[in-house]
Design a protein around this ligand. Structure first.
Ligand code: G3P
Ligand code: CA
Length: 358
C-alpha cells in the first residue's frame, strides 16, 4: 500500500493522468495520478461543466470548463425512455429546458428521491433521446443570468454521455455520477452496467485510460454495483448517502464511516459543511480515502447566480468569497473539489501558493 502522503500528492496532480498503486480491499489495481510535473494543488473538478459561467451540462459548459483549466469535468447521468445515458443533473427536464412548451401534457408523477411522495414533472424516462434532443437546454441560463448571457447558449442540447466523451477527448478526465441509482433500478435500468458499457466501448477499459475516470454516487448500492460490473474505475462515495434503507447518520465524519467507505471506494465526496475542520479531513485520509468536497461557488447556487464583482452585504465581492472558501478547504488538506467557477479555483490555488511561499 502506498504511503498516504505520496498517495495524496499523486492524487492531486493534474491530468493527463496515469496510474499506480493497488488496493486489494476495493478491487482496484491502480488509482489516478498525473503526468504533468508542474501541476500544483488539488484536483480541479468542473462541476456540471463551468456551470457558473455557462448552462450546466451542455457541451458549451464542458468546453469552457476545459478552457478554464479543469482536470476533470463532471457528468451527472440520467436515463432516457429508450435507455440512453444523458448528462443532466435533475431526474426531470423542467428546470433547465423548455420541455413544458415543446411537450405540453407529457408530465407524469414520479419519485426519484424515493420519498414516498411522487412529484409531477417531465421525467427523462418518459422521453426518448430523439425527443430530448429537441429541447433547448441553454436559454434558461441566459434568462436567469443576464450578466453572463451569451447568444451561443441559446439552443444548446442535452448531451449524451458519449457526446461528452467525444468532446472532452483526452483534454480532461470524466467524473461521472450515477444519479438516483435505486429509482432507475426499480425502472429496470442498471446505471452502473450502462456506464461501464459506454466506457468500455469508448476504450476507457484499456491500459492507461482508466485513470481518466472517477465514478461517484450518493448511493452506496450504486458503487457496490459498479465494483461488481467493473472494479477498475476509482469510486467516490458522496456524502451524506442517499440509500433509502440507510438508518444511521452519514452526515458526520467518523472513523467508522471512513472505514466503511474505504471497504469499497477510493474516495469520499462530502458536502463542504460536513468537513468541520482539518481533523475531519485527517480522519478520512487515515482510512486511505481521497477527499473531493462539493460545491465551491460561494453564496451563489445553480439557480441564483450573481455577478462576480458584485459586493455582498459583508462588503466582500462574490468573487472574493468564492476564492476564500476554496482556500479555507484547501488549508484543511482536501485532495480536490467540485467548483462551478474553475478559473477562480485556479486563482485561489495560485494566490494561496504565493502567500505560503512568503
Ligand atoms: O457530485 C458532486 C456534487 O455534484 C453533488 O451534488 O447535487 O450537484 O450532483 P449535485
Ligand atoms: Ca453531481
Amino acid at each position: 500500500m502506498m504511503k498516504l502522503a505520496v498517495f495524496r500528492a499523486v492524487m492531486s496532480i493534474r491530468a493527463p493522468i496515469l496510474f499506480l498503486t493497488a488496493s486489494s480491499l476495493t478491487g482496484m489495481s491502480s488509482l489516478p495520478r498525473a503526468a504533468s510535473a508542474d501541476h500544483k494543488g488539488p484536483l480541479l473538478i468542473a462541476h456540471r461543466g463551468a456551470s457558473g459561467y455557462a448552462p450546466e451540462h451542455t457541451l458549451a459548459g464542458y468546453e469552457l470548463g476545459i478552457k478554464q483549466g479543469a482536470d476533470f469535468v463532471e457528468q451527472d447521468v440520467q436515463v432516457t425512455k429508450d435507455g440512453v445515458l444523458i448528462c443532466l443533473h435533475d431526474a426531470e427536464l423542467d428546470r433547465t429546458t423548455d420541455v413544458a412548451k415543446v411537450f405540453p401534457g407529457r408530465a407524469t408523477l414520479r419519485d426519484p428521491f424515493e420519498t414516498g411522495t411522487p412529484k409531477r414533472g417531465f421525467y427523462t424516462v418518459d422521453f426518448t433521446l430523439a425527443e430530448i434532443k429537441r429541447l433547448d437546454a441553454g436559454s434558461w441560463f441566459n434568462r436567469a443570468n443576464p450578466f453572463a448571457a451569451r447568444p451561443a447558449y441559446v439552443g444548446q442540447r442535452i448531451p449524451t454521455l458519449v457526446e461528452a466523451i467525444n468532446l472532452i477527448g483526452k483534454r480532461a478526465g470524466l467524473y461521472i455520477e450515477l444519479k438516483h441509482f435505486t429509482y432507475y433500478k426499480a425502472l429496470g435500468f442498471d446505471l452502473a452496467e450502462k456506464v461501464a458499457s459506454v466506457l468500455k466501448s469508448n476504450g476507457f477499459d484499456q491500459p492507461g485510460q482508466r485513470e481518466r475516470i472517477f465514478i461517484q454516487s450518493f448511493y452506496k448500492e450504486g458503487l457496490l454495483r459498479m465494483l461488481q460490473v467493473d472494479s477498475g474505475y476509482p469510486r467516490v462515495q458522496l456524502l451524506p448517502m442517499e440509500d433509502s434503507g440507510r438508518k444511521d447518520d452519514t452526515s458526520k465524519v467518523t472513523t467508522a464511516l471512513a472505514a466503511e467507505i474505504a471497504g469499497y471506494a477510493q474516495g469520499a465526496g462530502p458536502t463542504k459543511s460536513l468537513l468541520k475542520s482539518a481533523a475531519d479531513v485527517a480522519t478520512l485520509h487515515k482510512a486511505g480515502l481521497v477527499i473531493h468536497p462539493y460545491t465551491f461557488r460561494g453564496t451563489t447556487t445553480a439557480n441564483a447566480r450573481r455577478p462576480l464583482d458584485e459586493k455582498q452585504s459583508d462588503g466582500t465581492t462574490v468573487r472574493a468569497a468564492i476564492i476564500a472558501d476554496i482556500q479555507r478547504y484547501i488549508s484543511y488538506g482536501i485532495d480536490g473539489g467540485f467548483t462551478d467557477y474553475p478559473e477562480l479555483w485556479k486563482e485561489a490555488v495560485a494566490s494561496q501558493g504565493k502567500q505560503s511561499a512568503k
